[in-house]
Design a protein around this ligand. Structure first.
Ligand code: F6R
Length: 243
């Protein structure tokens, strides 16, 4: 069941997304599912503003990120570990040991994936933030990925690597080919989900997710089975919806 909110621009989308989250981030011992990429950056700014202006504390908050590139050291400017510190963790009072990001730079990524899933299963995620890929991926679960997948290693599609080349000076050869990612079943365990999408290049994926058939060809279509998903869109991302 999708609750759909459509706003005029990215700023309003981010504010509306924070509105959906605010009671949860302010509660004691919240467990947050976090995403990287451009879509949640404005929402993270809203969380930082709320922390600074209203004193919302994250000292007892636990967070789990969705994914990480394989082969980039944590210190790489485009690792998701660095992204999360620059865009959120360094600006709020979350404890480093409570802010989980999958480990992609290690000798045994399969083992790292299993350990991440085991840790994640100790918690119930109160709200999971998602973006969506132009190929319909959520986290890095690319088309064809089974709906019952848990944290695993995924080969990124050419389209995703092209989309993400903008973060690597436009050079697709610099974009890693593999990622460690929470699976679709891991994501579906969250109590509540908020998905943010803006821009015309997301319009088809949004239509397929909401109005299309439920199929692994559009991994995000699994969200049709979740009972609490809020989708916050700008007009361009909503432009192919029929109603
Ligand atoms: C990132 C992630 C990805 C992105 C998606 C959209 O943690 O899980 O699924 O949400 O690739 O990326 P942006 O927001 O950059 O368009």
């Amino acid at each position: 069941m999708f609750n759909i909110i459509i706003k005029d621009n990215y700023d309003e989308v981010s504010k509306a997304a924070f509105d959906v989250m605010k009671d949860i981030v302010r509660k004691d011992k919240a467990v947050l599912g976090l995403a990287t990429g451009s879509s949640p950056v404005g929402l993270y700014k809203e969380m930082i503003r709320d922390h600074q202006e209203n004193g919302t504390s994250y000292k007892d908050t636990v967070s789990f990120n969705l994914d990480e590139y394989i082969g980039l050291p944590k210190s790489h400017r485009e690792s998701y570990y660095t992204f999360m510190h620059e865009n959120l963790f360094n600006h709020i009072d979350i404890k480093e040991e409570n802010a989980h990001v999958p480990l992609g730079d290690c000798e045994d990524p399969e083992k790292s994936a299993k350990e991440y899933e085991d840790e994640l299963k100790k918690y119930e995620v109160d709200i999971q933030i998602l973006g969506i890929g132009s190929d319909g991926h959520i986290a890095f679960n690319e088309p064809g990925c089974p709906f019952d997948s848990e944290t695993h290693i995924m080969e990124l599609t050419e389209q995703t690597r092209e989309d993400n080349a903008r973060f690597f000076d436009g050079n697709i050869d610099e974009v890693p080919k593999l990622a460690i990612t929470q699976g679709l079943a891991s994501i579906m365990r969250a109590k509540k989900i908020i998905l943010i999408a803006t821009g015309a290049n997301k319009a088809q994926a949004i239509k397929d997710m909401i109005e299309g058939e439920k199929t692994v060809d559009c991994p995000a279509s699994i969200l049709q089975d979740h009972n609490d998903v809020t989708v916050v869109l700008d007009k361009d991302a909503a432009s192919k919806l029929s109603k």
